[in-house]
Design a protein around this ligand. Structure first.
Ligand SMILES: O=C(O)[C@H](O)CO
Length: 325
């Protein structure tokens, strides 16, 4: 393709991992939003006019207004994420705009982080570290800083796609007694993993650890509500590494304050970033991470390359590595 016919691609951040940006540079004229923070809506609308592709991330809302502003030249929207709840999929489809995303390449990293958060929360690591640094560690003590272990526990995973299954495989190595999962459809991989499909209610009532790996969709929005927390054991630990919108956060705060459940570990909240005055930050039984599930160096680089290759394939009319159907 000659220079005059280069594809125009908008990249919504200045700090997207280089490996993907380098791939795009060869065939595209790049417009890069100059800042490491989300592009303000008004600037996004201005910059998107006439582009053929958008390289975006989870903080960029791709809605009707933005697609209208982009106009008919826009052919591909590719997000550097496996989640796509920030994209109006219906509006893209109506206009024949292809959507690229990044499944698989972040599964291991996200599963790793889920396990890290689970252990951190159940064994109270942030609290223990704080005590060690601030003089609370006066002596070894038989019941001090105790929390539930995974051995012999029942673990329930909500959402048994790639990430849920990867979490299950890792959790099993801790000698858990039972693995349960809840998912819309039966998963053929479950048998080999040793996980049993149960109803959402059964999972809530039986699990010592409830791990949410489900995607955010209208059916999953706030599925962890007051009712759900009430069904869980008082000793249960709740972990969420998918999307904050799956949880009714006020109900979670109440459940943690009242001892309806023991503890929660969250990599995702509503909103993000979580305001510093959120009651969640005041709770000792809540561990909060700033949405870093896929933040492993090589993973982010692989995600960037996949995003770039999705854009190029979508624009060249070849098979995209991961197109949302
Ligand atoms: O959807 C995703 O990919 C994560 O939430 C960010 O990596």
């Amino acid at each position: 393709m000659g220079n005059s016919k280069k594809f125009k691609v908008l990249i919504s951040r200045s700090d997207m991992p280089e490996s993907g940006v380098d791939i795009l540079k060869k065939q595209c004229e790049l417009k890069v939003w100059d800042g490491p923070l989300p592009i303000p809506k008004a600037d996004f609308i201005k910059s998107v006019q006439g582009v053929n592709g958008i390289y975006c991330c989870i903080t960029d809302k791709i809605d009707k207004e933005l697609l209208d502003a982009a106009g008919p030249e826009l052919k591909v929207v590719a997000t550097i994420s496996v989640g796509y709840d920030h994209i109006d999929v219906g509006e893209c489809k109506k206009r024949g705009i292809k959507i690229g995303y990044t499944p698989d390449v972040l599964t291991d990293a996200t599963a790793e982080l889920t396990l890290a958060l689970l252990l951190c929360t159940s064994r109270r690591l942030p609290e223990a570290m704080h005590e060690a640094r601030t003089g609370g560690w006066v002596s070894w003590a038989p019941t001090w800083m105790t929390g539930p272990g995974l051995a012999d526990a029942t673990v329930g995973i909500v959402g048994f796609g790639r990430i849920g299954q990867a979490v299950a495989k890792r959790v099993k190595s801790f000698n858990t007694s039972q693995l349960l999962y809840f998912n819309r459809s039966e998963k053929s991989e479950a048998k080999e993993i040793g996980a049993t499909k149960v109803s959402f209610d059964e999972l809530l009532t039986k699990s010592d650890f409830v791990i949410c790996c489900a995607a955010l969709a209208p059916e999953t929005k706030e599925m962890f509500n007051r009712n759900a927390f009430k069904k869980m054991k008082n000793s249960a630990v709740f972990i969420n590494t998918s999307r904050g919108g799956i949880v009714d956060q006020n109900a979670l705060i109440e459940a943690l304050q009242n001892g309806t459940i023991r503890a929660a570990g969250l990599d995702v909240t509503s909103p993000e970033p979580l305001p510093l005055d959120s009651p969640l930050f005041k709770l000792k039984n809540c561990v909060i991470l700033p949405h870093i599930g896929s933040a492993a160096i090589q993973t982010r680089s692989n995600m960037s390359e996949m995003t770039a290759n999705n854009i190029l394939a979508g624009l060249n009319g070849t098979k995209m590595p991961a197109q949302l159907e």
